[in-house]
Ligand binder design. Structure first.
Ligand SMILES: Nc1ncnc2c1ncn2[C@@H]1O[C@H](COP(=O)(O)OP(=O)(O)O)[C@@H](O)[C@H]1O
Ligand SMILES: [Mg+2]
Length: 304
């Protein structure tokens, strides 16, 4: 890979957390060397405690490494020029309870020096994109965990970053929310952005990542293109349209011991789930949403 196309690079990046007296306590990251290219969706996977968040914090300059180096757009972590080109969704979303979605994005947008018009347009688009259009004027204190996560995502994108770093983006989201986050990541990739995605939920990353690294107890166990790691190129699956028993019997005989498995293809549960919800949407309006005038009346009566 050309140096110019490397967005993230770590060289022997190491972190040992120390206690108050500077004595080593947890070896969170063993020397880690990897690189993420422009336009890639890169998955950093591993069970809880394997060093994913530590790696991200080192890349952001929020932690100092014990040894080794990290580079973001060829610069040191924390460099202001690099910082402006990246968006970050932390593992925990911290939001101001008394602001609404628009006000929150306005707050972060102003930190990046966006002018009022750009800010307005971008914030409206992002709020719709993360599926919070119906809740844009509600105080965040009323948000569910999943809604807060969605707003966190919008916040991470307010500066239209070239690199997006997402730490467990689907935590707290229902299957539909998870699927929408995946769609969003695919959309970011189509816009040419680079995404570093951390997760312990393998199914969440399998569909969207180009490359993955597997961390375990702070050590890199495997790294590579998803295609190469998961595709069994020495086997082939054929799917037949309404084959009759005679055709199948003939095939079985012809194939002999080459035939390893025979089964009906199965729809993935997530796909099925989305389909059922879409059907329900098409059939009727959402019965959980009370019309706004009725809602105002019932709020009024609750107060009195
Ligand atoms: N501030 C800290 N002080 C001491 N140990 C920490 C600190 N943060 C994380 N750790 C430890 O470092 C290891 C890796 O943690 P982390 O990077 O958060 O993992 P992951 O994000 O993969 O769940 C864990 O053993 C964790 O307990
Ligand atoms: Mg973590």
């Amino acid at each position: 890979m050309n140096d110019h196309d490397v967005v993230l690079r770590t060289l022997g990046l190491t972190k040992t957390y120390t206690d108050f007296w500077g004595r080593p306590r947890v070896q969170a990251l063993q020397p880690l060397t990897l690189q993420v290219g422009r336009g890639q969706v890169y998955g950093l996977l591993g069970p809880n405690g394997s060093g994913k968040t530590t790696t991200i914090k080192l890349l952001l300059g929020l932690l100092q490494p014990t040894a080794g180096n990290a580079f973001v757009f060829g610069r040191s972590p924390g460099d202001r020029g690099a910082q402006h080109r990246l968006g970050y969704l932390p593992e925990e979303t911290y939001l101001y309870r008394f602001l609404n979605a628009t006000e929150t994005l306005a707050f972060y947008g102003r930190l990046f020096g966006l002018d009022a018009r750009t800010l307005r347009e971008r914030s409206d688009r992002l709020i719709d994109q993360v599926g919070l259009g119906h809740a844009r004027n509600r105080r965040l204190g009323e948000y569910s965990k999943g809604m807060a996560r969605r707003l966190g995502l919008a916040q991470a994108l307010i500066n239209d970053p070239d690199l997006v770093i997402l730490d467990e983006p689907t935590s707290g989201l229902d299957p539909l929310g998870t699927a929408e986050v995946k769609d969003l990541i695919v959309a970011l990739k189509e816009q040419g952005k680079t995404v570093l995605l951390c997760s312990h939920l393998l199914a969440d990353v399998e569909d969207v990542c180009d490359r993955i690294a597997i961390l375990y107890r702070g050590r890199l166990c495997e790294e590579g293109a998803v295609e190469e790691l998961l595709v069994r190129s020495n086997q082939t699956v054929l799917t037949l349209d309404q084959p009759d028993e005679e055709l199948l019997a003939g095939l079985r005989q012809r194939l002999g011991s080459k035939l390893l498995a025979e089964e009906h293809p199965r729809e993935r549960l997530e796909h099925h789930f989305r389909h059922i919800l879409q059907q329900a949407d098409a059939q009727s309006a959402d019965p959980t949403i009370v019309s706004s005038s009725a809602a105002a009346r019932s709020e009024g009566s609750a107060d009195s």
